[in-house]
Design a protein. Structure first.
Length: 559
């Protein structure tokens, strides 16, 4: 049996009604309960799922249609459901967050008056109405995030084109995740602050990527969602380009990461060009696309979310060090690199990485332990047989390397020095101490215009006789940059030698400085925002003229 009734003029968002439907269906006296707004799409769904009742013919999009499936014709069941539904709706209307009542209004104008600083409208109403509300927000100078799905492609293109003309951003439709200036929007995680800006046409992709960044000890500035269709051929990456421009001009976002499902090829090329134009290190993950190169200028390609997060964290650490060191100790223009290693494999990997970064070929012959010798750059394995004739291995006796380091005082063209410090049994008791003394001699013999920047990796553990943390402390106290891996060391070396010219103006996007939100749709989104002290007003939106679009257009013309 299908029992049905209509609650007139009681608009609610669809997700809240789905939750209510599930709870009402748990009652022992019913088989199933469906609670939906009386939109044309929902009416069709009620008929398809076997919940249709002729009474629903008279329902408008502002009315709630309730269908109760029971095994017997029992009028008391309907009364019980009515009472439970009323209680659930009252609970929705009285929703609170952080112990404070949620500010709620029923008119757009009232929402704007209650929160005049609002710069974002978050939409989670039925998709067939979302575009109209989004246009209203754009006309009011507000950015838009559309959580709603079932928005037509034509509407999406029109909204994003208009937003770009206005200097605004439309995230979505079907945009489930964004984090702006620390504010979580819709499905989002609490993230540590950092220097990585994230852009994504994938909600869970953003969540997993940012979570991996946090697990690696780094943080983000913003995470801008685009909606799943933004990189389609039809939409053309309109919001992606806007987001890239916004983060390119954001001084806090030193590294960018971009993640999306497979994009249209022409759009991918367009977006990559915009990445290059940003001048910042960018990690690009186009799921399903395998790049023939590891990086192209400032754009690094990843194949998985894990790889993208690791690359972003690596570039983040490098960018932070470059920003802090270049300001105080900029290498002389035209300087070269020198790598003096006690470990042969470390020297080999360093030379391979440097050759890739610098676009040069390593020396395949390795004469006299020279692993790289091109354009003035050199990487030398001091553990090679050439250097150990009649003397101990440099890990036992590092005096030869220390002499070569001190001799850099007379080689002002060497701007960056790469070193390894290897700990453990068999190695010298204190490799860092004498090395620091040699570096001090090299730096003392140079002029202020030709400083020497030193980068070191430490191979060993805390339980080694030399104690890893103590060795690192000695090096860092002497101003040496100690990094955790050779990829980080070599990348930092190249960036210090040739810092990328990034011209960052103060961002014109107020959205990145702080968010104030008008929320239309799910109350839970507004409550979440209130819980993190984000200014928010809940707009209890209802379809104009009971959802009669012809009448709504007529009313609009009369205004």
């Amino acid at each position: 049996m299908i029992h049905a009734f209509i609650k007139k003029g009681c608009f609610q968002d669809s997700v809240s009604l789905m939750i209510i439907s599930r709870k009402l269906s748990e009652s022992e006296s019913v088989e199933d309960v469906s609670v939906m707004m009386g939109t044309p799409a929902n009416k069709a769904l009620l008929e398809t799922t076997g919940f249709w009742h002729d009474d629903f013919q008279q329902a408008t999009p502002n009315d709630i249609c309730v269908a109760i499936r029971t095994l017997a014709d029992d009028a008391t069941v309907t009364q019980q459901i009515v009472e439970q539904l009323d209680a659930a709706l009252v609970a929705l209307a009285q929703g609170t967050g952080n112990g404070q009542s949620l500010v709620q209004v029923k008119r757009w104008e009232s929402a704007c008056q209650k929160l005049p600083q609002a710069n974002l409208l978050l939409i989670s109403i039925a998709g067939e109405y979302a575009a109209g509300l989004a246009h209203q927000a754009l006309e009011s100078g507000k950015n838009v995030m559309i959580f709603s799905d079932n928005v037509t492609l034509d509407d999406e293109i029109a909204l994003k084109t208009r937003a770009r003309e206005y200097g605004l951003l439309v995230m979505g439709p079907d945009c489930g995740t964004s984090i702006l200036a620390g504010t979580p929007l819709a499905f989002a995680n609490v993230m540590p602050k950092g220097n990585i800006g994230v852009i994504g046409a994938s909600g869970t992709g953003i969540q997993e990527l940012t979570s991996q960044i946090a697990l690696a000890g780094e943080g983000i500035t913003h995470a801008i969602g685009l909606g799943g269709r933004d990189l389609s051929e039809q939409v053309g990456g309109i919001s992606a380009l806007t987001a890239l421009e916004m983060l390119a001009s954001d001084a806090l976002s030193q590294v960018l990461v971009f993640v999306s499902k497979p994009p249209a090829e022409t759009v991918r090329h367009r977006v990559i060009q915009a990445m290059k134009a940003s001048g910042k290190p960018v990690v690009a993950l186009f799921l399903g696309y395998v790049s023939p190169v590891t990086h192209d200028e400032n754009v690094w390609f990843a194949a998985t979310l894990d790889e993208a997060a690791r690359l972003a964290c690596l570039l983040s650490r490098v960018a932070s060090r470059v920003a802090s060191r270049v300001d105080t100790c900029a290498p002389a223009a035209g300087g070269v690199l020198r790598g003096l290693y006690t470990g042969g494999t470390l020297a080999a990997e360093a030379s391979m990485l440097l050759a890739s970064h610098l676009g040069i070929e390593p020396d395949p012959q390795h004469h006299h332990g020279i692993m790289l010798d091109a354009q003035g750059h050199q990487v030398i394995d001091l553990g090679d047989d050439f250097y150990t004739v009649g003397r101990p291995h440099p890990m036992i006796d590092p005096s030869l390397r220390n002499q070569l380091v001190a001799g850099l005082a007379q080689q002002p063209d060497v701007s960056v020095l790469l070193l390894d410090v290897v700990l453990g049994y068999g190695a010298t008791d204190d490799p860092a101490g004498p090395l620091v003394e040699a570096i001090a001699k090299a730096q003392a013999g140079r002029s202020a215009t030709h400083p020497l920047q030193v980068i070191a990796t430490v191979t060993g553990t805390e339980r080694d006789p030399q104690v890893r943390s103590m060795q690192i402390a000695i090096l860092e106290d002497a101003g040496i940059a100690v990094v955790n891996s050779l990829p980080e060391a070599t990348l930092l070396a190249v960036e210090l030698l040739h810092p990328r010219p990034v011209h960052i103006a103060k961002s014109t996007a107020a959205l990145l400085e702080g968010v104030a939100v008008i929320n239309a749709g799910l109350r839970s989104f507004a409550l979440d925002l209130q819980a993190v002290d984000t200014p928010v007003v809940h707009y209890s939106w209802m379809p104009v003229a009971g959802g009669n679009q012809q009448l709504a257009r007529l009313l609009e013309r009369l205004q």
